[in-house]
Design a protein around this ligand. Structure first.
Ligand code: LLP
Length: 428
């Protein structure tokens, strides 16, 4: 049985009050379908469980997982901060009238223009990655001191895929806590009239299942906070712990238990801060995937099958690695189902392939399904995070539409691309 958070009635898969096949029929395939109620539920779960009597806390949604205007509005309505990593994400938030003072602007190499935009918009916090960004901002002559955090790397190894681990010692992100240059930079930021130095940021990786990695991160960071205070006399007001909470993609995964882990993290902050005799910092976390991944599915139409001489059975769908890159890029595993035949035994082993001109364009390598029929609607589960946001126009394929379903309400939040859209930037 696949991992499926959605209801099944009369052998049909539902999102909210709609069958997936009726949505596919109405809006076409491939189609990203997101359950709005489930996204709001996850946001509330974070807000409710990331609270402590003696600690100020904030939850920021990491918008790189999935962002558009409607998402910005939802994040605002649910009272979360918003983490952005580019001028494009920042501009989207601004156009959605998301409050700029709740923006946290990240990135290991923000351009001068992006930093200027962030100053113009007066974003809440800029997370500096390195001294070059400090220089760039100084050269922009900010009118007021710019509130900043410094991203540091505590060298914590979290067990995750190589491409998404971010805190190894030779990672491109942040400044090592083992380097004296980092302490000097903190001192300079604290002294500079151009900056309002607030504290530190750290993100140890993504899709982390083991809560102890976060506990180690907190311990390492607070040790460092103590060192900053002891050696430089500088107090840290804000500690941003990043995101990375692991989610379930297949029946074999065990998502991190947020209700248990989040309070545990704050208890660790509390006891370590007291033990080290430090001022209690405000604590921020930045979940992305764990808010949207399970709320999304991608619906496809099965168009053809092919059996190779060795007996491998391909099922071809009308999407591809252009809307589903994570299998090719991270060897990520997914599960699928035939949305109108949820009662049937999934006892056939297929290779689910897309239509891009690339052998690696496989969505699921060993995909268990009932015997498929041409025109069956198939859905891939847990595609809410890093699918639409990582989609491309490879082969000049059109990006699918995105719809939000909330009980009986349906809205298109990203239109399906057209051939005309593809040419908007072309010039002869
Ligand atoms: N904060 C910072 C500074 C980050 O770099 C990230 C993710 C997050 C928060 C959110 O992490 P999450 O809660 O979503 O795990 N494209 C990859 C994931 C890259 C994540 C990069 N940073 C994937 O599809 O798995």
């Amino acid at each position: 049985m696949s991992f499926n958070p959605f209801p099944i009635k009369n052998h049909q898969l539902y999102i909210g009050e709609h069958t997936v096949s009726s949505l596919a029929q109405q809006f076409g395939t491939p189609l990203y379908i997101m359950d709005e109620a489930l996204m709001r539920h996850q946001m509330r779960l974070f807000k409710q469980n990331f609270k402590h009597k003696f600690i100020n806390t904030e939850v920021a949604y990491a918008s790189k997982a999935f962002l558009n205007l409607a998402m910005c509005r939802m994040v605002d309505e649910e009272g979360l901060h918003l983490d952005v990593v580019s001028g494009g994400e920042l501009y989207t938030a601004k156009q959605a009238k998301y409050p700029m003072d709740k923006i946290i602007f990240h990135g290991n190499h923000k351009t001068r223009d992006e930093l200027q935009l962030a100053l113009d918009y007066k974003v809440g916090l800029i997370v500096l990655d390195n001294p070059f960004e400090m220089d760039t901002i100084q050269h922009l002559h900010p009118i007021q001191p710019v509130p900043v955090l410094l991203r540091v790397n505590p060298g914590i190894e979290a067990h995750t895929h190589d491409y998404i681990a971010t805190s190894r010692l030779d990672s491109k992100f942040g400044m090592s806590i083992f380097s004296d240059e980092t302490l000097d930079l903190i001192e300079q930021l604290n002294q500079s009239e151009h900056f309002d130095f607030k504290g530190l940021h750290c993100h140890i990786g993504s899709q982390i299942f083991d809560g102890t990695s976060f506990v180690k991160e907190i311990q390492a960071l607070l040790q460092y906070v103590k060192r900053v205070f002891d050696e430089k006399g500088i107090e840290i007001e804000i500690l941003n712990l990043g995101g990375g909470f692991g989610v379930q993609y297949t029946a074999e995964d065990h998502a991190i238990d947020l209700e248990a882990t989040l309070p545990q993290l704050l208890d660790t902050v509390y006891s370590e801060t007291l033990r080290l005799n430090l001022q209690m910092p405000t604590i921020i976390i930045e979940p992305g995937r764990s808010i949207v991944a399970n709320a999304g599915i991608t619906a496809y139409t099965i168009g053809a099958t092919k059996q190779t001489p060795s007996g491998k059975e391909y099922v071809f769908v009308d999407g591809s690695m252009a809307d589903h890159i994570r299998t090719a890029l991270y060897q990520a595993k997914y599960e699928a189902a035939l949305v109108d035949r949820m009662n049937e035994m999934a006892d056939h082993h297929y290779t689910l392939a897309g239509r891009a001109c690339e052998s690696g364009d496989i969505l699921i390598h060993d995909c268990l399904l009932p015997k498929v029929e041409i025109n069956d609607i198939l859905c891939v589960f847990s595609t809410g995070a890093y699918h639409y946001s990582m989609s491309s126009n490879y082969n000049r394929l059109l990006k699918p539409a995105v719809i939000f379903v909330n009980e009986d309400a349906i809205r298109i939040v990203n239109k399906r691309e057209t051939y005309e859209d593809l040419l908007t930037q072309d010039r002869l």
